[in-house]
Structure formats: structure tokens, C-alpha cells
Design a protein around this ligand. Structure first.
Ligand SMILES: [Zn+2]
Length: 380
């Protein structure tokens, strides 16, 4: 009886349309093994040794699950996979993987190397989905600084942000990459922000200035809270080597979350690993906090269900969402939703088998996490 009901939930979870609340567009080009392998790491691109990237949880999972989409029926070796992929045009590869998704809405972060990837219109065509933009605070701040300079920045930036975010459904903040998540509890003193901007301008190359540090990151995040009504997403936990991992612990965001709560703004903790339990606590403690395990699920592969189980120990089911955080490779969009559906199935099957919940309750949890929480938060 339990087995039959468990397999029903597998069918259900494998068929529900998802909302991917954080991802990037895809790259359309013929990739060498080295170039392909570089998309399987968060670390900077390697100049040689294209094979080692495949000897990891994400590489192994890809070699097991992706060949099927391209017509092969078994686990393939790294060189075979790259050769198989190269037997199709980049357009065909993107179409095959994106058509295997059933993601109804993609929220796309356009703030990272978007020029290398296909436009949002083309991406919507590949994904057969509705696409909305999430704008990245740091990218807009850097463009504004390059264009207007430090002296005019503070006068110009609020209007630039309002205009760039006018069609977006959320903003993204990468303070974790720019010194850490320890933001101020309130808007910092604007004279201090001005001084920091002058310092950055004096030390950086024109048009290549990176905004960085607690004062400026706090200014950007608080300005988003005060001038927009959109949810704000934060990169949390692991990423590339710009992150000092302990400073990516979402616990540091607590004072900021309190301020966001006062203003009625949602805060989304993205990725979260290895701090998914801290993120779950924050979602439990603050009604304006949401989280996802995007990126994490692709990277931990077959351990996804364990990470999801640990997250759901404390995170309310009404505030966990799906994302892939796929970037560049259509395969990562495909694997993201596959790992999500399989891990959610395993968790819900376990609950049903242990008589912890009913079948309708498990379906409701799948709907909430798969799409309804994101729909509500981003007003989609
Ligand atoms: Zn991302």
C-alpha cells in the first residue's frame, strides 16, 4: 500500500511545472573538453586539464544523466560525453536539454557575464517558459560609477536603480563575494559611502571598478529595501574563491533581515550550502525569509535528498523554493530540475511510507516548494 502511494508521489513530482527562482541564461557555442569542464566548477577557469572537472559529484552525475537526452543509453566517459555533445550544433544541444525541463517560469539574473549568454528573449524560446529579470545591484552600481564617477554617484544611483528594476521581479546582492554578509542594520551614513566610493575610484582602473566592502554593500542593499518593493536575493555559502566561506554564513544577515521585515520586504537566501541549516533557522525565525538549494543540488548530486532533508528539519515548507542556478550549460538547467524532483520525491516518499503525512499533504508540499511559494513571493 505504502509503496504504491509512494510511487504516485513520484509521478506527481516528476510532472509538476516548476518555477526556477534563480538561474542564468545559456551559452551557444561549440565547447572543447576544457571549456566544458570549466562550467562544472565554481573556481576560476583552468588553462589545461579539462578532464579533472568530471571527477566530482557534479561531473559524475552529469555523465550518468545527460547522455540519455542526447540519445546515448548509458554512463559515458568524459571524452565520450564531450564528443557526443559536439556531434550536435549548440542550438540543438540547448533545445534538447531545455525542452526536457517543464519549468514554466525562469527568473534570470542578468548581472553576471550576460553578454556571453543568449538574450532573455532567446532564452524564453529555448526554455518554452515565461522569463523575468532579476537585476544585480553590484552590476548596476559599477555601471553607474563608471558612467557618472564617485562625485555624482549618490545623486544618480537611486534613479538608475529604479529605472533598471522597473520591469524586474527581484534584485540580487552578492555581498558574500564582496567582503561578506555582515551588513549594517540600517542605511549607513552617506558621507561614509561617498568616501568609500572616492577610495574605490582612486584605486581602480577606470571602467573596471569593483564595488566592495561593508559600507557600500550595506548602502546598496538598504537602498534596494527603501526605494523598491521587490524581494532581495542574497548569494549565501559556497561559490567561487572570492567568497571567504565563513563570511557567507547567512546568520550575519540577521540585522538586515530585521530591517527588511519592518519594511515588509522578502529576503531570499540562495544556494546556502554548507549553511542550509542556518538558512532554515532564519526562514523559521523570520516570516520574510525564503531559501533555495540551487547550485547546491547540482554540486552535491546524489546527496541532494540528504541536504533537502536537513533543510526541511526547520525551514517552513511555505518558504522553500526551487532554483537551478544553472549558468551557461543547458545541461545544468536539466540536472538542476532533475536533482530537485528526485530529492523531493525521496523525501516525500519517506514521509508517506512512515505515515508521517497523507498523500494530499505531500502533493501540497510539492506544489508549495515547486512553484507556489515563488509565485506568491515574486507576485508572478
Ligand atoms: Zn547564480
Amino acid at each position: 500500500m505504502n509503496v504504491a502511494r509512494g510511487s504516485d508521489i513520484a509521478d506527481y513530482v516528476s510532472s509538476i511545472p516548476l518555477i526556477d527562482n534563480h538561474c542564468h541564461s545559456v551559452k551557444l557555442s561549440m565547447l572543447t573538453q576544457l571549456e566544458f569542464g570549466n562550467f562544472l566548477r565554481e573556481s576560476p577557469p583552468r588553462k589545461d586539464d579539462g578532464e579533472s572537472a568530471f571527477y566530482s559529484m557534479i561531473g559524475m552525475t552529469l555523465l550518468k544523466r545527460c547522455p540519455e537526452v542526447l540519445g546515448a543509453s548509458r554512463f559515458v566517459e568524459p571524452w565520450e560525453y564531450v564528443e557526443l555533445r559536439r556531434s550536435f550544433s549548440p542550438y540543438e544541444v540547448a533545445t534538447k536539454f531545455m525542452n526536457s525541463l517543464d519549468v514554466s517560469v525562469h527568473l534570470v539574473d542578468t548581472g553576471f557575464n550576460a553578454g556571453d549568454l543568449v538574450s532573455l528573449e532567446e532564452f524564453a524560446h529555448f526554455g518554452r517558459s515565461t522569463v523575468y529579470e532579476v537585476v544585480r545591484l553590484e552590476a548596476i552600481a559599477e555601471e553607474t560609477l563608471a558612467k557618472h564617477g564617485a562625485e555624482v554617484f549618490l545623486d544618480a544611483f537611486p534613479d538608475v536603480l529604479r529605472s533598471r528594476a522597473s520591469k524586474a521581479v527581484g534584485v540580487k546582492c552578492i555581498a558574500a563575494y564582496r567582503g561578506g554578509l555582515e551588513l549594517t542594520a540600517d542605511m549607513p551614513d552617506l558621507d561614509l559611502v561617498h568616501e568609500e566610493l572616492q577610495r574605490l575610484e582612486a584605486s581602480g582602473k577606470p571602467h573596471k571598478i569593483k564595488v566592495y566592502g561593508k559600507v557600500i554593500e550595506s548602502y546598496l542593499a538598504h537602498l534596494a529595501l527603501e526605494t523598491l518593493t521587490l524581494p532581495i536575493q542574497f548569494h549565501v555559502g559556497f561559490g567561487d574563491p572570492d567568497v571567504q566561506i565563513d563570511r557567507g554564513n547567512p546568520s550575519y544577515l540577521t540585522p538586515f533581515i530585521r530591517r527588511a521585515s519592518e519594511l515588509g520586504r522578502g529576503v531570499v537566501l540562495l544556494h546556502c550550502y554548507p549553511y542550509h541549516r542556518e538558512a532554515a533557522y532564519l526562514a523559521h525565525a523570520f516570516e520574510n525569509v525564503y531559501l533555495d538549494l540551487g547550485l547546491t543540488m547540482n554540486y552535491v548530486g546524489s546527496r541532494s535528498a540528504d541536504v533537502l532533508r536537513e533543510t526541511l528539519e526547520l525551514a517552513p515548507f511555505v518558504r522553500v523554493m526551487y532554483s537551478s542556478d544553472a549558468y551557461g550549460l543547458a545541461e545544468l538547467h536539466f540536472l538542476g530540475q532533475l536533482m530537485f524532483r528526485e530529492s523531493l520525491t525521496q523525501v516525500l516518499q519517506g514521509w508517506i511510507a512512515e505515515s508521517l503525512c497523507s498523500f494530499p499533504y505531500a502533493k501540497k508540499v510539492a506544489d508549495l516548494i515547486g512553484s507556489q511559494n515563488a509565485q506568491r513571493l515574486y507576485a508572478l
